[in-house]
Design a protein around this ligand. Structure first.
Ligand code: CP
Length: 335
C-alpha cells in the first residue's frame, strides 16, 4: 500500500481536508476515544517549539499511543541533510539513515525543520521535509518546514469556521507585521491557503518587497478560485482591514533579501506601524472581526496587548485547535 504523507494542505484534496476538519470537530466534542493504541509517533525537532510539540505529544497520549521526541544535535546525533555530502565535518547521522531507522520503530515520523541556508532558490524546494518523506517507509507529517506549516493551516481553518460560521464571501486579511527578525514564510503561506480552502476573499497586505513566493500566490489563487473565493495583494493595510472578518498579522522576511540580514533589516526600517492595533480592529466588519496569530507572538510589536487580551482575539482557540486537528490527522494516517 502506498504511504500517505502530510507535507502541505494543498497536497490533499479539498474533500480530504474537509473530512479532517469534520473529524477534528468530533475529537474536540469528545466523541472519539482510542484509535492509536500501541501506535508510535517519532518526532524530529530541528528547531524549537511549544505548541507543536506539546499538542502532538498530547494527541498521541489521548488516543492511547506514544510520541517520542528527538532533537538532532541535542541528545541525538548532529544531523546531515545534504544528500551528496562527504561527511567529514561535524555532522554524524545522515537524514537517509534517520528516516529509514525511525520507520522501523514508529508508525509515523513528524519533522520540524526551518529554512537554514542563505539561498531561497535552494530552500524553496523544501528539501529536508521532502527527503524525510522520500526515505521513510512510514507517513511523514510536516511540523513546519521551509515552505509550509500545514498543521497550523488546519487549525487556522477550524478556528475560522468556529468563529465565523459560514466562511464563503467573508474577508480574510493576512497582514505583514514588523518584527526584529526575518521570519520564514511557511506560516503566512499556510494561513492564506487555509482561508482560500474555506472560499474566503483573501487579501494579503504587505509592503513592497515582502511578497510571498510566486508559487505560493499561484497556489492560493488557484485554490481560492476553485473554492469560490479570491486573492488580492495590496500595500494598503488599512484599506485591507476595513470591513475584514478576520485579520492575521504575521511577520516574515523579504525573500529578495533571504540570507542577507543587513539588507533585510534595512528593508524593515520605518515599518513598525505595520502592527495590529485596537484602532485597526475597530475598522473590521462591524468592529467585530477576529484577530488571529499562530503564536508565539511579540506583544506590542506584531499585535497590541489589548488586542491579544480583548474579546476579538481568537489566538488561544487557534492554539487549542492545533491539538484537535492533529488528533484527526493522526487517526486518519495511522489510526
Ligand atoms: N504555532 C506553532 O507552531 O507554535 P510552536 O512554534 O510553539 O510550535
Amino acid at each position: 500500500m502506498t504511504k500517505r504523507d502530510f507535507l502541505a494542505m494543498e497536497d490533499w484534496s479539498p474533500e480530504q481536508i474537509d473530512h479532517l476538519l469534520a473529524l477534528a470537530v468530533r475529537c474536540k466534542r469528545g466523541e472519539i476515544d482510542g484509535g492509536l493504541v500501541k501506535k508510535v509517533l517519532a518526532m524530529v525537532f530541528m528547531d524549537p517549539s511549544l505548541r507543536t510539540r506539546a499538542s502532538m505529544e498530547t494527541a498521541m497520549f489521548l488516543h492511547g499511543g506514544h510520541a517520542l521526541c528527538l532533537e538532532p544535535g541535542k541528545g541525538s546525533w548532529a544531523l546531515e541533510t545534504d544528500l551528496d555530502v562527504v561527511m567529514d565535518g561535524t555532522t554524524v547521522e545522515h537524514i537517509i539513515e534517520m528516516a529509514r531507522v525511525l520507520s522501523r520503530y514508529a508508525d509515523a515520523i513528524a519533522v520540524r525543520s526551518f529554512p537554514k541556508g542563505s539561498d531561497w532558490g535552494v530552500e524553496r524546494a523544501d528539501h529536508t521535509i521532502r527527503n524525510f518523506a522520500r526515505y521513510s517507509d512510514k507517513p511523514v507529517i510536516n511540523l513546519e518546514s521551509s515552505r509550509r506549516h500545514p498543521c497550523q493551516g488546519l487549525a487556522d481553518a477550524l478556528t475560522l469556521r468556529e468563529h465565523l460560521g459560514e466562511t464563503r464571501a467573508k474577508r480574510f486579511v493576512l497582514m505583514w507585521a514588523w518584527h526584529p527578525k526575518a521570519l520564514p514564510t511557511a506560516v503566512p503561506a499556510s494561513a492564506a491557503i487555509a482561508a482560500a480552502h474555506l472560499g474566503m476573499q483573501v487579501t494579503i497586505a504587505r509592503p513592497a518587497g515582502y511578497d510571498l513566493d510566486r508559487d505560493d500566490y499561484a497556489t492560493i489563487r488557484a485554490l481560492a478560485d476553485q473554492r469560490g473565493g479570491s486573492l488580492e495583494v495590496t500595500d494598503d493595510v488599512d484599506g485591507a482591514i476595513d470591513g475584514a472578518h478576520a485579520v492575521y498579522p504575521k511577520a516574515w522576511g523579504s525573500l529578495a533579501h533571504f540570507g542577507n540580514p543587513e539588507a533585510e533589516r534595512a528593508g524593515r526600517e520605518g515599518k513598525r506601524d505595520w502592527r495590529l492595533t485596537a484602532a485597526r480592529m475597530r475598522m473590521t466588519a462591524g468592529g467585530q472581526g477576529i484577530a488571529m496569530h499562530c503564536l508565539p507572538v511579540r506583544r506590542n510589536v506584531e499585535m497590541d496587548g489589548e488586542v491579544l487580551d480583548g474579546p476579538q482575539s481568537a489566538v488561544i482557540d487557534e492554539a487549542e485547535n492545533r491539538l484537535h486537528v492533529q488528533r484527526a490527522l493522526l487517526l486518519e494516517l495511522i489510526g
